[in-house]
Design a protein around this ligand. Sequence first.
Ligand SMILES: CC(C)(COP(=O)(O)OP(=O)(O)OC[C@H]1O[C@@H](n2cnc3c(N)ncnc32)[C@H](O)[C@@H]1OP(=O)(O)O)[C@@H](O)C(=O)NCCC(=O)NCCS
Length: 149
Amino acid sequence: MAIRTAGPFDLELLAALHARCFEEKWTSEAYGRLLAGPGVTGFLAVAPDGAPCGFALVRAIAGEAEVLTIGVLPDYRRQGHGRALVDAMIDVAEAAGAEHLFLEVAEDNPAAQSLYRRAGFEPIARRPEYYDAERGRIDALVMRRTCRL
Ligand SMILES: CC(C)(COP(=O)(O)OP(=O)(O)OC[C@H]1O[C@@H](n2cnc3c(N)ncnc32)[C@H](O)[C@@H]1OP(=O)(O)O)[C@@H](O)C(=O)NCCC(=O)NCCS
């Protein structure tokens, strides 16, 4: 397992991986705009077989940081890629001097919530009906991890 930074040559790959992890599509153009934004770092997880199997984007700016997205392809889940991506984002947040790393997660996504709790995140707020999903409107939990625990 390996993590590498994602750059401008990875936009199509990021959009393709995203489409296999989420209902909502993010285009390569959207990834290009995000990655070009201030304080944004992208990561790709690479499996031992060489396949890119996961991705994450984090924004660290003005003393705070947030997870913009994270996903691992279904066939590669429960192999530690998600945790490795989260750890890479925590490193970015800490290197940027952020006090906290924030994220939003659907309340009906126990896999992601478990990943985040194990990485030191705690729920701090709820955003009612934040996600407009095919299965209905879903609340988001806001989770926060203090950097340099
Ligand atoms: C959430 C996601 C990124 C986790 O990726 P992953 O590579 O499977 O995560 P890891 O293998 O590093 O798991 C780390 C820990 O998270 C928890 N976890 C991960 N998947 C879980 C599941 N399905 N059920 C319960 N706990 C889970 C476990 O504690 C796990 O440790 P363990 O395997 O030693 O028990 C992946 O399921 C995914 O891409 N889901 C779809 C997209 C998504 O929901 N993204 C998050 C949006 S907020």
